[in-house]
Design a protein around this ligand. Structure first.
Ligand SMILES: NC(=O)c1ccc[n+]([C@@H]2O[C@H](COP(=O)([O-])OP(=O)(O)OC[C@H]3O[C@@H](n4cnc5c(N)ncnc54)[C@H](OP(=O)(O)O)[C@@H]3O)[C@@H](O)[C@H]2O)c1
Length: 337
């Protein structure tokens, strides 16, 4: 038996990846419906190698009879339409930031807190965390289980695809413009992104941090452990796809780099690639199209009693968004429907 699945934001970076992954994983579908804004009515999106779906408008779409909706149309549109879909009886898995901190909405990374999915019944909505949070907690969870994490200090190197398809166009056009002596002014970003890095993602907060940094703090605490202190600096870099993070972790209990390596080798969703003698580490370009969270450069931090440093890389459109959402959908179908 198959399910009726709607993909909302199907023309976007995340929505297209959702369609790819549903097809790749042979998710049991009877019908897949692609939804986006009115401007996209009639456009075509691919579903697997053979099928092409005609895009329909979200505005007046009736969710009656839809089993699961994967939402990625942005926070405002999710806020307006996800409750309507949920009220029609469909389970919404939402990628936007809108519902993440709602106590009645589970915030789920299946490798970390799969059991939290059960909470979907309160509102028929499950939230997908921020891309940077997802890849970090997948790497942290197995270490936290062994040696209890006290504090995390993270600096991110986030690709432009995390800001949507228009941001990818901006990096492309600016890079080309620089070579053609025709520099394009920033529109999606606050500064030139080509050949530059920008220490500013989402809105500034009164304390000088940004909302992206605040998301990493609060979401890590909601998913993994409210006792973990997180200090984040989020930076946009001129990379198309794939987020990287330099993560410093301080533990309450003893743990060595060798022990951590052995744990991460077995950890679900983690691929440990760490062979300094042979330049063995993963960069964003190599993670594109992959499902895993890659951990490299794992080493002791000798400045605290029990500390580790590591380099964490993942495809932000896959594990950071679409794959995490499809994993939740797979768990729903396996355990709850
Ligand atoms: N990219 C990531 O790494 C990532 C990770 C985690 C979460 N997210 C979240 O996922 C969401 C989408 O990200 P994205 O990168 O896919 O953005 P995107 O490439 O800009 O795509 C946005 C999608 O939303 C649709 N949309 C916009 N306004 C709409 C409306 N009024 N009604 C219906 N559909 C509408 C667009 O349709 P049209 O083409 O018709 O405009 C498009 O399909 C955001 O909330 C983002 O924060 C992204």
């Amino acid at each position: 038996m198959g399910y009726r699945v709607a993909v909302v934001g199907a023309t976007g970076n995340v929505g297209r990846e959702m369609l790819n992954i549903l097809a790749e994983r042979e998710f049991p579908v009877d019908e897949v419906i692609a939804l986006a804004s009115r401007e996209s009515i009639g456009k075509e999106v691919s579903f697997g190698d053979d099928a092409v779906l005609k895009v329909r408008a979200l505005d007046d779409f009736d969710f009656d009879g839809i089993d699961i909706s994967l939402f990625s149309p942005g926070a405002k549109v999710s806020a307006a339409h996800a409750p309507r879909a949920a009220a029609a009886g469909c389970v919404v898995i939402d990628n936007s930031s809108h519902f993440r901190m709602d106590p009645e909405v589970p915030l789920v990374v299946p490798e970390v807190n799969r059991e939290a999915i059960a909470g979907y019944r309160a509102r028929n909505i499950i939230a997908n965390p921020n891309c940077s949070t997802i890849q970090m907690v997948v790497a942290l969870k197995p270490l936290h289980d062994i040696a209890r994490i006290k504090r995390v200090v993270v600096a991110t190197y986030q690709s432009v695809s995390g800001a949507g398809k228009a941001a990818m166009d901006e990096l492309y056009d600016q890079t080309r413009g620089i070579y053609m002596n025709d520099l394009k002014a920033p529109q999606k970003f606050t500064r030139q992104i080509a050949f530059n890095v920008i220490p500013h993602i989402d809105l500034f907060q009164p304390d000088g941090s940004t909302r992206e940094e605040l998301k990493m703090v609060r979401e890590t605490q909601k998913i993994l452990d409210p006792e973990i202190a997180v200090s984040a600096t989020c930076v946009r870099v001129p990379v198309f796809v794939g987020h990287a993070e330099a993560v410093n972790v301080e533990f309450a209990d003893p743990i060595t780099a060798e022990e951590a390596r052995a744990i991460l080798q077995e950890a679900p969703g983690v691929d440990l690639v760490d062979d300094p003698d042979n330049n063995g580490y993963v960069t964003p370009v190599e993670c594109v199209g992959e499902f895993a969270v890659f951990v490299s450069r794992l080493r002791q931090d000798e400045t605290v009693p029990y500390g580790l440093n590591m380099w964490v890389v993942s495809d932000n459109l896959r594990k950071g968004a679409a794959w995490n959402a499809v994993q939740i959908a797979e768990a729903l179908v396996e355990e709850y429907f």
